[in-house]
Design a protein around this ligand. Structure first.
Ligand code: GTP
Length: 357
């Protein structure tokens, strides 16, 4: 029998997820292929509506002259200097402009691409997405993609901006692979893995790869998602771990000149207050040399795993997904910086460990 309607209002609640627009930062040293890449993305048909923020060094933009647009995108140029010097404000303002214009019936876009100059340190660009809360209601950083010139990689390594670009990358895309031997390519790959063990490392044939494959390499890195479990990273870092018995915690360092990366892993719960203190001390100890640190934390008295996203002095610790019953609980933190000391980091993090579960 159907129930009679008693006039009560439905109590069904509809939850609307807040969807923000993904932003991809493309970086890479001078001549690594950024303009060639952007030209392909702007010129070819793929159905993505893109807003591009182009940063030029110098008073007049040059690269925009070389960009061929197809009408399905809008380009904003920040031509008043390096993104790293003109601070985050300009970038935040550009993003707000794009968003306001779309809301007012202007160009509607699915994604934003930011191309940094070849000599920019991408740190401040990334910090914009951790610090400028006004834009976080509309945009989120999907990932930092660094193009690496396989031919000139070693000769450009002494430039600190180049090291920083590699350190911040979530994906490292090797260009000009057609111009080097497989032995040379292996040497480049091996050095890159040492410098940034947490990044995906993939070849990019800028002249021949179908545009759909190129876009896959650029988009959906989800590297800054707060609920992100770096599964790929865990797999990738597998070769860097050593275990001793059932319980383990250690730091595995990799030195490449003055660029040092290390991975801290522990299956003991960490005390959250002490961990916060550790990050605070580390930020003061290393200053801007602490480029990137991220990972997941198994914290005492916390049901979810905690997701750590750190860029220099900016740190976010957010609750991620709840640990599942069958999942091994553990902390995995990756640090990349200039002349950072793995022993110092390990000692500090060990002090955060709680003796028993
Ligand atoms: N053979 C080959 N040439 C490439 C490849 N990628 C880029 N190039 C060439 O490298 C040169 C430099 O590429 P650009 O796209 O201008 O590099 P960029 O990173 O924008 O350079 P800047 O504007 O100086 O930062 C161009 O002549 C490209 O055609 C590649 O995969 N293979």
């Amino acid at each position: 029998m159907p129930r009679a309607c008693n006039g009560e209002r439905s109590k069904v609640k509809i939850m609307v997820a807040h969807i923000t627009t993904p932003v991809t930062v493309i970086t890479g040293f001078l001549g690594s292929g950024k303009t060639t890449l952007l030209n392909r993305v702007l010129r070819e048909l793929h159905g993505e509506r893109l807003a591009v923020i182009e940063n030029e060094f110098g008073a007049v933009g040059v690269d925009a002259e070389f960009l061929v647009t197809g009408g399905n995108e809008t380009i904003i140029q920040l031509a008043n200097g390096c993104l790293c010097c003109t601070v985050r404000g300009d970038l935040a303002k550009s993003l707000q402009t794009l968003s306001t214009s779309a809301e007012a019936g202007g160009f509607v876009f699915d994604r934003v691409l930011i191309e940094t100059t070849g000599i920019a340190d991408p740190g401040p660009v990334i910090q914009t997405f951790l610090a400028e809360t006004a834009i976080l209601t509309k945009f989120h950083l999907d990932g930092v993609i660094a193009l690496v010139d396989s031919v000139h990689f070693f000769s450009q390594l002494d430039r600190v901006e180049n090291k920083a670009q590699i350190a911040y990358a979530d994906r490292l895309l090797l260009t000009k692979c057609d111009l080097v031997t497989s032995t040379q390519l292996e040497a480049v790959e091996s050095r890159l893995v040492d410098m940034n063990p947490r990044a995906e490392l993939l070849p990019l044939d800028l002249h021949h790869a179908p545009i759909a494959d190129v876009l896959k390499l650029l988009f959906d890195a989800s590297a800054y998602s707060f609920d992100y479990v770096p599964l790929m990273e865990l797999k990738q870092l597998h070769g860097y771990r050593m275990t001793s018995g059932n319980r383990y915690s250690h730091v595995v360092p990799h030195h490449t000149g003055d660029v040092v990366s290390c991975v801290f892993e522990s299956d003991r719960p960490l005390d959250l207050e002490r961990l916060n203190q550790f990050f605070d001390v580390a930020q003061r100890h290393y200053g801007p040399r602490l480029w990137r640190y991220k990972g997941i934390v198994f914290a005492e008295h916390q049901r979810p795993r905690l997701v750590v996203q750190g860029v220099q002095s900016l740190l976010q610790i957010t609750g991620g997904t709840i640990w599942r019953a069958y999942e091994p609980r553990r902390t995995l933190l990756v640090f990349i910086g200039q002349e950072i000391e793995p022993d110092w980091i390990e000692q500090g993090l060990r002090l955060c460990e709680v003796a028993s579960v």
